[in-house]
Design a protein around this ligand. Structure first.
Ligand code: PA5
Length: 407
């Protein structure tokens, strides 16, 4: 396993973490029992994808050979996982650009996207589990006629639309059947924020050129790791214990410039899973070292209501040596290591609890491990707190109110 957890700098005694491991184990057993609702994601990577993985890879090949641009319309769990992976991971040269739409209601953003779609051979992929999210429907309805204009008719446009939605329910499924769109399914027992390893995440990743086979192999390795009986659950336990000891906020600190959107995905995963009934750590993300020069002061001397989680990629993809000046002869990696150690030293001096998560390198296999690790961590820590990690009544409330106003 390439993901390592260090809870030595949390201020939590080792015996307190060990005492919680049986409880974490029970939560894990519940996740694997097949009896809990919305836990289809747990067995997915290790269970194998069979024909459906071949189908996704073949479809991605068709898209790459026929289009210059892949427009993915989706929001929340139907968007962030794919975007985060595409920002983070290396790609085969055969990949094509992926543009995301439907994740905001900004007119200027739409205008720019419309111009680009008009200029390029485009295939459109609409992703929505419910099939009725307003932002997504809005973008979908705007792009469809652009394709019809370019390709001469609605029928020709329909050949260039892929729908990823529930297998049976919802307006998008109905439309896909009626218009004959190519379609894939998000399993019924997997919610949006746990759907990154379903077609919702995998197809856009594959089109962009990410090696999804290796990514899934990494996720399967993490799912089956015997270390869940040991240190892998310690991050979940630390989050739970630190919250019980009064911490209200978690700063998730991404020590790599390509992990910014992973931070967005983590915020949704943790925020929607745990932010219920007045509870949950408030998840917020920072990118280091950039944000040390904006938030560093607050971290060091502001209200001590938070814990920190540092996500560190240990091995750089290449070594770059500083040619001159005060750091002459040092590599960027060495300077970065000094930054991380400096932060840890200074913040520990204030008593701030810090969890470290280390991965060796940012590649598809380790990223797959990381995704599955974070999903499971989130589910375990919510279950330790007695929170259902798999519903999102608050999101539904706003959607219902928005529908009412628009109707
Ligand atoms: O986690 C969730 O369920 C939500 O954030 C959804 O992913 C988001 O609202 C998009 O919903 P849908 O896929 O139904 O369009």
């Amino acid at each position: 396993m390439n993901i390592r957890i260090d809870t030595d700098k949390t201020g939590i005694a080792e015996r307190d973490i060990e005492a919680m491991r049986p409880e974490a184990g029970k939560a894990l057993d519940r996740l694997w029992s097949g009896k809990e609702e919305m836990t289809g994601w747990v067995r997915l990577p290790a269970g194998g994808y069979g024909d459906s993985l071949e189908y996704i890879l073949n479809l991605a090949d068709v898209v790459k050979s026929e289009a210059e641009l892949f427009v993915v319309v989706g929001i929340g769990g139907s968007y962030l996982g794919a975007r985060a992976a595409i920002e983070a991971l290396p790609k085969y040269e055969s990949g094509i650009p992926v543009k995301f739409l439907g994740n905001n209601l900004c007119t200027d953003y739409f205008r720019e996207a419309i111009e680009e779609i008009k200029r390029k051979k485009t295939i459109l992929c609409v992703i929505s589990k419910s099939g009725s999210t307003v932002e997504v429907r809005t973008a979908f309805e705007i792009v469809k006629p652009l394709l019809a204009d370019r390709y001469g008719s609605e029928e020709e446009a329909a050949k260039r639309i892929i729908a990823i939605t529930d297998a049976e329910k919802g307006a998008l499924r109905e439309e896909a059947e009626l218009k004959g769109y190519t379609s894939l399914s998000i399993p019924e027992d997997i919610g949006g924020r746990y759907s990154v390893l379903t077609p919702a995440g995998l197809l856009p990743m594959a089109v962009s050129g990410i090696d999804i086979r290796t990514l899934l192999a990494g996720a399967a390795e993490m799912a089956e790791s015997p270390e869940w009986d040991g240190s892998l659950a310690d991050y979940a336990i630390s989050r739970y214990l630190l919250q019980k000891r009064g911490k209200e906020v978690e700063f998730i600190e991404l020590c790599h410039s390509r992990l910014g959107y992973l931070g967005e995905w983590i915020r949704q995963l943790f925020g929607e899973s745990e932010g219920k009934g007045g509870g949950g750590l408030l998840p917020t993300t920072l990118t280091f070292s950039t944000d040390l020069h904006s938030m560093g002061q607050y971290l060091q001397q502001g209200r001590q209501i938070f814990m920190e989680t540092m996500l560190v990629v240990d091995e750089p993809s290449i070594q770059i040596v500083v040619p001159s000046g005060p750091q002459e002869g040092k590599t960027i990696a060495e300077i970065s290591e000094a930054m991380i150690k400096g932060v840890i030293g200074a913040h520990r001096a204030e008593g701030i609890p810090i969890v470290e998560i280390h991965m060796d390198r940012l590649d598809a296999g380790e990223y797959g491990q990381l995704l599955y690790f974070l999903e499971t961590t989130c589910a375990i820590s919510a279950m330790l707190s007695g929170i259902n990690p798999f519903d999102q009544p608050g999101v539904e409330n706003y959607k219902a109110e928005m529908h009412r106003l628009l109707d």
